[in-house]
Design a protein around this ligand. Structure first.
Ligand code: IVH
Length: 672
């Protein structure tokens, strides 16, 4: 028998944790620290382990992923999940508007961003998520509930006990997609062509614990039978979805005219690369549901909505050569060098060809004309070869028989890997790439040591491993061409400052295979020092939530290497911090969310972020309604207008510092 008190505690913990999930993942505005959150979760896990009968499918503990499954059940959709007709230019969208007007007269539209993800239907019964179904063929889809439960912005339980089906998009954020693809390339796996494929692949993994690690996110935009909930328009539906704690895209716009829609589309064609997710157009929807019904559907798509795609960002150019990049783990990536060509405002000179299988698959040769595209408006990629333009003079691309950097042997680590690697453990290219990571913003944040300087330091034999950075002297740096006395002084002071790096950043800098920022953060929270982490057994590592078998083994192996031991010893001797200092120093800004625009006098972006976080505040890159203050520096950007639109308070840098002082004083008085 479970005591009533425990039952109540479990229920309370679940409500609290789900609320904090919502604050963090949907609103991006947490009200407690990560440690406090961990404590709640730990307690819930403990109670569920002790009283397994209390485990329910909507428990937040399920978000880390349950047992692996055998396959996916096919489920019929409650109403077909159809797609949209596409339009590509302003004339076509005006045609659509004319057709709408002929049937229902003048209308308002809702313009939404068309998220490049995977569509999903979510069924809730009495407020509980019971099924998540992919689109499939539109009539039947796959039941991917166990995987979708790991998507933190999707509520497992609604704030009201509603029975409802909502639809929207699941996607992989760009930053995570890039990190994930890089990881794949380093592991010798074929990278995903775009976040949509990565999302679809992830949603079909058989192990939900793996899915949980991939940071999928969501936006919901559709309610099945919305009239049942008293909703009359799409705009109301979006508001209703927000009230139910779904994540709704903040950029949707209610437009009074088709001209406003076109303006929205023009603006986002330019601005889309600034988003954290990929969008491939605008979805234009008639706002009024009664009018939507009047317009009805064709067999394929609704007549009340249309996708207004962004212009295809493509160009044609010639491959004039192939160069090779050698990565941190020695993976050799072939890169196509182009005759420079303009694409959406930038000059493109090269694009990664990922690996030699990719080249074979697309039959890419030197001298070929190729069509290139900016995937998601950002990363240049070869779409296909224009074979009609071949002259017969084109040369095939071959795997280099020696490392293009050090001349070392080249090979595959195992047959399943598509990647070729430089097998020389002392290849300077590997060290250079590793040093670039080591000094990057995410790691030790040492300004002034760009790739060129790093390359010279390695070539001069002044830096033979990452720890050597801390032993550089003024005389060493003076040998490097292009460094003046002022720059040298700056670099040395940056290096000095970097010694007080946080443990999590130091871990990122070590470049342990499979350990990125997220994992580093988890590790720094669980282990109080680098020594403690270095001494952890595989079993200890597996006990840490969010660390899977591969990562545990990779961490363990890394710390067992004699070279690692040497590096850590050297870092320690140099006085580099190795202790966890994740705790908040002073809790004076807790509950407040800040954003920054323009250049500040006293802080870099990274510094102000750390400063705010060290005072218990929350820092975000983008302004939203949830932002409490926007700190405005010199030459502010568009965030300022956004803040004004949302009624977010603004502060100058001095006013911000004053606010901190006042709060510190107040806190001091309270404690007296
Ligand atoms: S509405 C019946 N809104 O685009 C209308 N779709 O080609 C349902 N999509 O399958 C679609 N963002 O996966 C709608 N804001 C948005 C969307 C969106 C992305 C996807 C969706 C759909 C496809 C249509």
């Amino acid at each position: 028998m479970v005591p009533e008190k425990i039952r109540e505690e479990v229920e309370r913990l679940r409500r609290e944790i789900e609320y904090h999930n919502y604050r963090y993942y949907v609103l991006a505005s947490p009200v407690i620290t990560d440690e406090e959150y961990d404590k709640l979760m730990q307690r819930l896990i403990e109670l569920e382990e002790k009283y397994p009968e209390l485990r329910t499918p909507d428990s937040p503990t399920q978000r880390v992923g349950g047992q692996p499954i055998e396959g996916f059940e096919t489920v019929e959709h409650s109403e077909p999940m159809l797609s949209l007709d596409n339009t590509y230019n302003e004339a076509e969208i005006l045609n659509f508007h004319e057709r709408v007007r002929k049937t229902v007269g003048d209308v308002e539209y809702v313009a939404e961003l068309k998220i490049d993800g995977v569509s999903i239907a979510l069924r809730y019964e009495n407020g509980l998520l019971v099924r998540a179904i992919t689109r499939g063929d539109g009539i039947k889809g796959d039941d991917v509930t166990a995987n979708v439960k790991t998507v933190k912005s999707i509520p497992l339980r609604l704030p009201e006990p509603l029975t409802i089906e909502v639809r929207g998009e699941i996607f992989m954020p760009v930053s995570y997609f890039e990190e994930y693809n890089q990881q794949r390339e380093e592991e010798g796996l074929t990278p995903f062509a775009n976040p949509r494929n990565a999302t679809a692949g992830t949603l079909h993994l058989l192990d939900p614990a793996e899915v949980a690690k991939r940071n999928l996110d969501s936006f919901m935009y559709y309610i099945v039978k919305p009239q049942q909930y008293g909703l009359k328009t799409q705009w109301e539906a979006l508001e209703f979805l927000k009230k139910l704690h779904f994540k709704v895209n903040p950029h949707s716009k209610l437009c009074k005219s088709i001209e406003e829609v076109i303006e929205y589309w023009r603006n986002w064609s330019k601005e889309r690369s600034k988003l954290e997710y990929w969008v491939d157009g605008v979805v234009v929807k008639v706002n009024d549901f009664a009018k939507q019904n009047e317009l009805g559907w064709t067999a394929k798509s609704p007549r009340w909505a249309i996708a207004f795609k962004f212009p295809a960002q493509q160009a044609r150019t010639k491959i004039i050569g192939i160069t090779y990049q050698v990565g941190r783990t020695g993976v050799i990536t072939p890169v196509a060098e182009f005759e420079p060509v303009e694409l959406e405002g930038t000059i493109i000179k090269r694009a990664s060809l990922h690996n030699f299988d990719y080249i074979k698959e697309k039959d890419i040769r030197i001298g070929d004309y190729v069509l290139i595209e900016k995937a998601g408006g950002i990363i240049p990629q070869v779409v296909h070869v224009v074979k009609d333009l071949r002259t017969g003079q084109e040369q095939p691309v071959t795997v280099p028989d020696e490392c293009p950097v050090c001349g070392g042997p080249v090979g595959k680590e195992s047959k399943e890997y598509v990647a070729y690697k430089c097998l020389n453990p002392h290849c300077p290219a590997k060290l250079k790439r590793h040093l670039e990571v080591f000094v990057s913003r995410q790691a030790l944040d040492i300004q002034g040591l760009g790739p060129k300087i790093i390359s010279k330091l390695v070539d001069a034999g002044l830096v033979k491993d990452i720890a050597d950075i801390f032993y550089l002297t003024i005389f060493d740096l003076a040998q490097i061409s292009g460094l003046g006395p002022k720059m040298i002084a700056n670099i040395l002071s940056e290096i000095e400052r970097a010694k007080s790096v946080s443990l999590e950043r130091l871990i990122v800098g070590l470049g342990i295979p499979g350990v990125g920022e997220r994992t580093a953060k988890i590790l720094a929270r669980k282990f109080r020092s680098l020594e403690e982490l270095a001494n952890a057994s595989i079993a200890d590592l597996l006990l840490v939530e969010g660390i899977g078998e591969d990562t545990a083994k990779s961490i363990y192996d890394y710390f067992k290497l004699p070279k690692t031991k040497e590096i850590i010893e050297k870092l320690k001797k140099a006085g580099v911090n190795m202790k966890s200092n994740i705790e908040v120093k002073e809790d004076v800004l807790s509950g407040l969310t800040f954003c920054v625009t323009g250049t500040l006098k006293n802080f870099s972006r990274e510094e102000i972020k750390r400063y705010i976080e060290s005072l218990g505040g929350h820092y975000t890159d983008n302004v939203s309604r949830k932002t409490d203050y926007l700190i405005v520096g010199e030459n502010p950007g568009s965030k300022l207008q956004k803040a004004q639109k949302f009624g977010v308070k603004t502060l100058t840098e001095d006013e911000f510092l004053q606010l901190v002082e006042e709060r510190k004083k107040k806190k001091g008085e309270q404690q007296k």
